[in-house]
Design a protein around this ligand. Structure first.
Ligand code: GSH
Length: 210
């Protein structure tokens, strides 16, 4: 199998944290998004979605969603589990992965891609071109603040996003906070003490795999 990715971009970045935490060694090709290499015809023949990351399996089929790639890799390499080990944990990790993607990742992406001049006519990833909608940039920033406040409240009740243990849901949240900082110029404020304390815990856990 072969992974196409670009570690500097937000979705590839969360997959890289997953791979590094588990200590996996994969066949990886970086495509430079700064040079729009994901739009080259060679890559589009392999991955018509023209998004990164993508994992191409031995039978030629492809996975284009980070959560699916993570599930496949965790099934192959169960050591250092990041997707839960009981039915309840697995469901919680998936629940928070989905929620963080929809409420926070998409909020930052909306704010960034509808507001930054570099994305004029390219407001969405993928092979089709869409014009920016400036109102979506404003709505994205509002959604981001609401989403951060909601997760701050949640984190008052437990150590990590999906429960007692560090999981891929924590990686999702770490990645989105980094994305929000540079792409939406938004960081958790002092009024989000639970989120700030969690960030310290999660950053330490990421560096100490178990
Ligand atoms: N749902 C996909 C999202 C993939 C995605 O949107 N990737 C971005 C990079 S963060 C991309 O490929 N952008 C290409 C472009 O903007 O042309 C996933 O789970 O990975």
């Amino acid at each position: 199998m072969k992974l196409y990715t670009y570690d500097a971009a937000p979705n590839p970045a969360r997959l890289k944290m997953f791979i590094d935490y588990k200590g996996l060694s994969l066949d990886i090709q970086q495509l430079d998004m700064a040079k729009a290499e994901q739009l080259d015809s060679t890559y589009r023949q392999i991955v018509p979605e023209a998004t990164l990351p993508a994992l191409v399996l031995e039978d030629g089929s492809r996975l284009t969603e980070v959560i699916a790639i993570a599930h496949y890799l965790e099934a192959l390499y169960p050591e250092r589990p990041l997707l839960g080990t009981t039915p309840e944990e697995r469901a919680q990790v998936l629940n928070w992965n989905h929620r963080i993607f929809n409420t926070l990742f998409m909020a930052v992406a909306e704010a960034f891609r509808n507001g930054h001049p570099a994305y004029g006519g390219r407001a969405l990833p993928g092979p089709n071109n869409y014009e920016q909608i400036p109102a979506l940039a404003e709505r994205g920033r509002a959604r981001l603040l609401h989403g951060m406040a909601a997760i701050n409240d949640e984190l008052g009740t437990r150590s990590f996003v999906a429960g007692h243990d560090f999981s891929f849901a924590d990686i999702d949240l770490l990645a989105v906070l980094t994305f929000a900082k540079w792409a939406a110029k938004t960081e958790p404020g002092d009024n989000m003490a639970e989120l700030l304390a969690w960030r310290d815990r999660a950053s330490a856990a990421l560096l100490n795999p178990k």
